[in-house]
Design a protein around this ligand. Structure first.
Ligand SMILES: [Mg+2]
Length: 393
């Protein structure tokens, strides 16, 4: 179980159609892949997103690799703490300036996910079982309703319905956050009319607003029976994109929650347990959306899950359902995973990159009971289209 090698590569592929969030279109899909091999030949894989891919790859290769080679792969918490002390502690004079905190946490996430994969494979268990769960299909919502250049509101609602029906989803997410409250209301009204009264609709503002704007938009959308309002405000320590103002955004999220009947979801950009604690305590969110590929992997996720459970908050992990479904199936307060239309959205290539990618049927994502994540890495695709920082394929 000694770590013999840590490989890292990254890949960026253009999307067939730019798909917009409140702040602008996503035009390519990007991902970092990490693979750990033990001296005994066990292999585990992990993924990272949410910061510069070349920087995260460099951190894995030059920061984590020298620290971890020769260590026991099962010592996930110990290794997490060692890396944290070495790269994020107060005294780290050798850390390059470009290795900013989020990039370090992303690199740690990729390595941690790969270590858990190795650990589960050594035990002959799926990640879900290793975490104490029983693999079962998890309700998935269709992540739809993007801002697409030249697409009418009617066409967006129609596309949402098509994506919903294609795999039997009973819930869909629509993007908001551009224009006045009336625009947000019109978007969700269009989707509600298309999907009918029995489908749950989530909306995602991707940090578009300040507090007053968020309350106004939320109230305009309230008549359309919205399941959650996601990321109405910036994440901690970030300036507002227009005013450049930094507030206690978690406390402000709490103010939004107090002024609307729509439950608040957030957390995809809260990158540590402490940030999630503040989001839960001050932000009064109903759903915490921790993302294990941005922020320290399974090791940090299980702590966030415990804190959320103690506070009566539900888990709805963000993105990367091929990893999150295994974790969600282990926690009774995890209620959703996020699923994408694989033909056109920003995980269009993920099924090719990760053979074993779980299917969605009847609105539920399957949860494998194979050892580890139940995923492989497509070496050929990485070799053809990726940047191999250190990869043996
Ligand atoms: Mg989101």
């Amino acid at each position: 179980m000694k770590i013999a090698d840590i490989e890292v590569a990254w890949i960026q592929l253009p999307l067939p159609v730019g798909r917009g969030l409140s702040g602008g279109p996503i035009t390519s899909s990007t991902d970092l892949v990490c693979r750990i091999t033990t001296a005994g030949g066990l292999r585990g894989i992990g993924e990272a997103r949410g910061a510069s891919l070349p920087v995260m790859a460099e951190i894995v290769d030059k920061g984590l690799r020298p620290l971890l080679i020769g260590e026991h792969a099962a010592a996930t918490q110990y290794l997490w703490t060692q890396v944290e002390d070495a790269l994020l502690g107060d005294d780290h004079p050798t850390r390059p300036k470009t290795w900013e905190r989020r990039a370090v946490l992303g690199a740690m996430a990729a390595v941690d996910l790969a270590l858990w994969d190795v650990k589960a494979k050594a035990a002959g268990l799926s990640i879900c079982r290793l975490l104490g769960g029983k693999p079962h299909a998890i309700p998935a919502y269709s992540s739809s309703g993007f801002f697409v250049e030249g697409q009418s509101l009617e066409a967006m609602a129609e596309e949402t319905l098509e994506e919903l029906n294609a795999r039997g989803f009973r819930a869909t997410k629509t993007r908001v956050g551009r224009g006045e409250p009336e625009i947000s209301a019109a978007r969700v009204r269009g989707v509600r009319e298309a999907v009918g009264p029995d489908v749950q609709i989530m909306v995602d503002a991707n940090q578009a607003w300040d507090t007053g704007e968020a309350i106004a938009h939320a109230r305009a959308m309230e008549p359309y029976d919205i399941a959650w309002l996601e990321e109405p405000l910036p994440s901690p320590g970030r300036p507002h994109r227009r005013t450049r103002e930094v507030k206690d955004w978690d406390a402000e999220t709490g103010r939004v929650a107090a002024h609307t009947t729509i439950p608040i979801a957030s957390g995809e950009n809260h990158v540590t347990l402490e940030e999630c604690r503040d989001l839960i305590d001050k932000g009064h969110v109903r759903y915490v959306q921790f993302d294990c590929t941005k922020n320290g992997g399974v090791t940090e996720f299980v702590k966030v899950a415990a804190y959320a459970e103690a506070k009566g908050v539900l888990l709805a992990p963000h993105h990367v359902p091929h990893f999150h479904v295994q974790i969600a199936a282990a926690f009774p307060h995890a209620c959703w995973v996020e699923a994408f239309d694989n033909a056109k959205q920003h995980v269009a290539w993920a099924q090719d990159l990760f053979p074993g990618y779980p299917e969605v049927r009847d609105g539920h994502m399957e949860c494998h009971d194979k050892p580890g994540w139940g995923l492989d890495v497509n070496d050929r695709l990485l070799k053809e289209k990726g940047t191999l920082v250190h990869w043996r394929a």
